[in-house]
Design a protein around this ligand. Structure first.
Ligand code: FAD
Length: 690
């Protein structure tokens, strides 16, 4: 008899439990994200799918594995680029591996003549990405032990490493640094430098490209590899399915998985299985015409999704019709947009990033990040397939000349289709194998939003506060439009009675695949976070949340107001909010009045309107003005929270707090900084920044 999903989950859970028991939990680690782990349990341990990487490499004839720890898809993309390059330039037999899919207690049997690559993103406060949690806990654990018990255990393991980080965060690239140190401590040999890409400086792609060339040279030398003329070898094979049309029931038109296709969608809902949630309510929060900030209420009562105050909701976007049209047009696929294709991995270790059979239209609309910034390496890959000799030369130049690329592509904020249009006028890029796009563009990623409601007050309705991304680009007709937020704006417009919402001439397939999202629905899941109120409501809290950074604090204050109304003792609740003008973008200005009534003098809202006075005033300035009170509260063990912009604001707030402590307590600034650091490690200082 066939096992259904529930059976598999139950078996997997039993298996996990048994293994955890016998290993005394040593390599299961602490699972931080129950959603990630429920998927791993349901899918990672499928019968017949090995979690033994050495066996997997052996049976598929691989000598190089590229592991990735990825949250937003960039690390995964870099991993597949390394795998492709290793194969095409050096004839390595490469495979890409999700860290979550394997166990690591046999890493000490990793053959000497093979190579492991690690592409590791650091997430939030120096944390591993969801899919790297178990690996990280294992490899960096105090009592890590391996199957063979050799000493040092990993002396045969050769590895290279690249990290993706953001220098505006406290723990810059800590994943790649800590994993490299852990592997070396266990006797493994690093080849080349461990690279570090910096998203904060906006140089991620260039850091990656600058790191990988010397790495390949070192690797080729150490492993005796010979470089050859790189030729494009597809990872995916595409078959046109003339036996099927877009009406055929087995054809995916954007449905995320089989259950969604068959209309039997059920939980657990997670990063691999979104819930198509009704939007109960939506409204505009700004009072100016040229900028938008959306408040939405997502109804999760029909699902088993749950959240606690401070969690994030992930929203799965749909690309704008205008951009889908442009993309298909530049590839010469407009007339074939509804043709059905099957996509198969030509290599048993590769994964097709979306379900098939499907259509070109559905792939571009629902599955690929066609609007994202263009990668220079991808331009170089496409060069040989350009439609004319001139465009081939231009593409090769763009691919190899960093400054030229910046001038022509990055500085114009174009997406891939716009770039190809610019390079070659009206000629279509029909020679590019479609597989190159599947490999070269990221798969669509959900965007996260700090939930702006309290789970105590509205358990079944998740609020979102999202500012709509829109930027005029000098010299271009089309503004740069954020993918998800403009889609949400269109949904809001539909909800308010416009049957053909068209924000800024973008059009969306708003009713979703086979009209499954009709009635204003959006695909979502919940991601749990560590950004939490103190469990004791009588503890004082200080919150710094300018702009949409106020989102989780609306939830915090909503929760405390309800607790106060319910007769509980609530501690001092101090909120610093900032925006441009009190009359334009003062989020939830009316609601605060109600909370003030409920909380009385326990609630204090301090505002900074940057464009109302002669001088710009920001939240950190207001914080400084309240130095004495803030310090008093900290002495009473107040929790201190910062949410919003990671690049400037969060840093400014940290240093202002150090200054306040130093001045108020008459201690040197260095000592005050240590106190702030201590607050962070004790979870008394929490950040939710992006
Ligand atoms: P995207 O399409 O992803 O574009 C985002 C940015 O990328 C653009 O503004 C631009 O700078 C750049 N970009 C895009 N395309 C190009 C291109 N072709 N060339 C060059 N540059 C380009 N946001 C909120 O409003 N409220 C919240 O509460 C909130 N909470 C968050 C919590 C967390 C934990 C995180 C990680 C993020 C949070 N965000 C929040 C941000 C949010 O997730 C999204 O990043 C944001 O809404 C933009 O998404 P988008 O799809 O509209 O824009």
């Amino acid at each position: 008899a066939q096992l259904d999903t529930l059976d598999i989950i139950v078996l997997a859970v039993l298996l996990v439990g048994t293994v955890a028991y016998f290993t005394k939990g040593t390599y299961w680690g602490v699972v931080k994200d129950p959603y990630a782990s429920s998927y791993a349990a349901a899918n990672g341990n499928k019968p017949g799918k090995t979690r033994n990487i050495i066996e997997k490499m052996e049976e598929s004839g691989k000598n190089c594995v590229v592991f990735y720890g990825s949250q937003t898809g960039t690390a995964e993309d870099y991993a597949s680029r390394l795998a492709k390059e290793g194969k095409s330039r050096f004839g390595l037999e490469t495979m890409v591996a999700d860290l979550e899919d394997y166990d690591y207690e046999n890493l000490d049997s990793f053959p000497e003549d093979k190579i492991a690559m690690f592409v590791l993103a650091t997430y939030g406060e120096g944390e591993p990405t969801d899919n790297a949690v178990d690996f990280y806990e294992f490899i960096s654990g105090e009592d890590v032990s391996f199957a063979n018990g050799g000493d040092p255990p990993l002396e045969n393991l050769k590895f290279v490493a690249f990290g993706l980080g953001n220098n505006t965060y406290e723990h810059y690239n800590s994943m790649v640094r800590n994993v490299t140190a852990a592997l070396e401590k266990l006797g493994a040999t690093r080849i080349g430098k461990a690279g570090e890409g910096d998203d904060g400086a906006g140089t991620m792609e260039e850091d990656f490209l600058a790191w990988k060339d010397p790495m390949w040279t070192d690797l080729a030398e150490k492993m005796g590899l010979e470089e050859r003329e790189a030729v494009y070898e597809p990872v995916f094979g595409i078959t046109e399915r003339e036996d099927l049309t877009k009406e055929s029931p087995e054809v995916y038109l954007g449905e995320p998985n089989k259950m969604h296709l068959e209309g039997t969608s059920k939980g657990p809902f997670n990063a691999h299985n979104p819930y198509i949630a009704p939007i109960a309510e939506s409204k505009e929060l700004f009072t100016v015409k040229d900028r938008n900030c959306l408040h939405m209420e997502i109804d999760v009562s029909g699902s088993n999704l749950s959240y606690t105050t401070g969690d994030h909701i992930a929203v799965w976007p749909t690309n704008a019709g205008k951009e889908v049209d442009r993309f298909l047009d530049v590839l010469g696929l407009t007339s074939k947009r509804d043709s059905v294709i099957s996509v198969k991995a030509l290599d048993p270790t590769a994964k097709v990033p979306f379900p098939t059979p499907t259509t070109y239209d559905a792939i571009a609309r629902y599955h690929m990040e066609i609007c994202a910034p263009v990668s220079r390496q991808f331009i170089a890959t496409l060069a040989p397939f350009a439609p004319t000799e001139e465009s081939k030369a231009e593409m090769a130049k763009l691919g190899s000349d960093k400054d030229y690329f910046h001038q022509k592509i990055s500085n114009k904020y174009v997406n891939i289709a716009q770039a190809l249009e610019d390079i070659c006028g009206s000629a279509k890029w029909t020679d590019v194998p479609f597989s190159a796009f599947i490999e070269g563009l990221n798969k669509v990623q959900p965007r996260y939003y700090s939930i702006s409601s309290s789970s105590l007050v509205q358990k079944q309705k998740i609020s979102i506060t999202a500012v709509v991304e829109s930027m005029e680009v000098p010299g271009r007709e089309d503004a740069l439009k954020g993918v998800t937020t403009n889609y949400l704006l269109a949904l809001k417009q539909k909800q308010h009675g416009d049957p053909n919402p068209d924000p800024h001439r973008l059009t969306y397939e708003i009713t979703g695949p086979r009209n499954k999202y009709d009635g204003v629905h959006v695909p979502v899941h919940v991601r749990h976070s560590n950004f939490k109120l103190p469990s004791d409501p009588s503890k004082p809290i200080i919150m710094i949340g300018p702009g949409t950074g106020v989102a989780p604090f609306r939830a915090f204050v909503q929760e405390r107001a309800a607790q106060a109304k319910g007769g509980e003792e609530v501690g001092k609740t101090m909120l610093f909010f900032g925006c441009r003008k009190s009359t334009e973008d003062f989020l939830y200005s009316d609601e605060w009045k109600q909370y003030q009534e409920d909380l009385g003098d326990k609630f204090q809202l301090i505002t900074a309107f940057s464009r109302e006075g002669p001088k710009k005033v920001y939240v950190q300035h207001r914080l400084e003005e309240h130095a004495k009170e803030v310090d008093e509260l900290l002495k009473q063990k107040a929790y201190f929270y910062v949410c919003g912009d990671a690049s400037q604001m969060a840093k400014a707030v940290t240093s202002t707090l150090g200054k306040i402590i130093s001045e108020q307590r008459g201690i040197p600034e260095s000592k005050a900084e240590d106190i702030v650091k201590g607050m962070r490690s004790a979870n008394q200082y929490q950040e939710d920044v992006w």
